[in-house]
Write a protein that binds this ligand. Structure first.
Ligand SMILES: [Zn+2]
Length: 229
């Protein structure tokens, strides 16, 4: 299995720690096995000392670099001369300090932006990214279809969602409400509507993309979805 080792793909940092970030209510609501709990915690809790990004942000950054065929870190990739029209939805981890060095970068966050009905014209962007956002959207397929609409032909939507790899995707409709943000959190903005499984690519294709694949930096903890128009 592919395991992440070495340097941080965001900043090049070489020191990492892993801390426990899940909480019993979430583990219980998602009925996670011990193994699933361990890798989802690794995804969220393994972080770089220098840029403070976690493994899921590493996976997103590494997938972007991979797709652009760039050898180096995201920090090295993001230079003012790089001409990519990109939309970052809801600060994707702590990547904005780097991505914003590119003049074509736009960051928009909820509730300023409704992913299910975005105001951008068709075929505006080369790249749309988001990280652990889609699970909080009531109709995630509609949101992906909107991402596709605002992408130019050949454009890419690269994103992360928490993926439980041994399962099928399921909507939490009819189940007890579950929230990210701590044991007592009841904030509707971080309510979990969908639990994603390894069939996440099906939603990508249903949303109209030509290609939907999984990039693995670290399996199964550090995965990113790459959707191509
Ligand atoms: Zn780093």
């Amino acid at each position: 299995m592919k395991m992440f080792t070495g340097v941080c793909p965001v900043c090049g940092g070489e020191e990492f720690s892993e801390h426990y970030v899940l909480y019993p209510e979430l583990v219980q609501a998602w009925q996670l096995s011990t193994e699933e709990e361990a890798y989802i915690n690794r995804q969220q809790g393994l972080y770089c000392h220098r840029c403070r990004n976690n493994l899921r942000a590493f996976a997103l950054a590494a997938a972007i670099l991979w797709e652009y065929g760039f050898v180096g870190t995201l920090a090295e990739f993001c230079v003012p001369s790089r001409n990519i029209r990109m939309l970052e939805i809801n600060e994707a981890a702590n990547l904005a300090p780097y991505l914003s060095r590119m003049p074509g970068h736009i960051l928009m966050s909820y509730p300023q932006i409704d992913m299910q009905a975005m105001s951008f014209p068709d075929e505006t962007f080369d790249l749309v990214i988001h990280s652990d956002t889609l699970e909080h959207i009531a109709y995630p397929e509609r949101a992906l279809s909107e991402c596709r609409r605002i992408l130019k032909k050949g454009g890419k939507c690269i994103f992360t969602v928490p993926i439980v790899v041994g399962r099928q995707t399921r909507a939490r409709t009819g189940l007890a409400p579950s929230f990210h943000g701590g044991g007592n959190c009841r904030d509707e903005a971080v309510r979990v509507h969908t639990e994603f499984g390894m069939d996440v690519w099906q939603m990508v294709l249903r949303a109209g993309f030509s290609n939907g694949g999984i990039y693995a930096l670290d399996y199964p903890a550090g995965l990113a979805v790459v959707a191509k128009k």
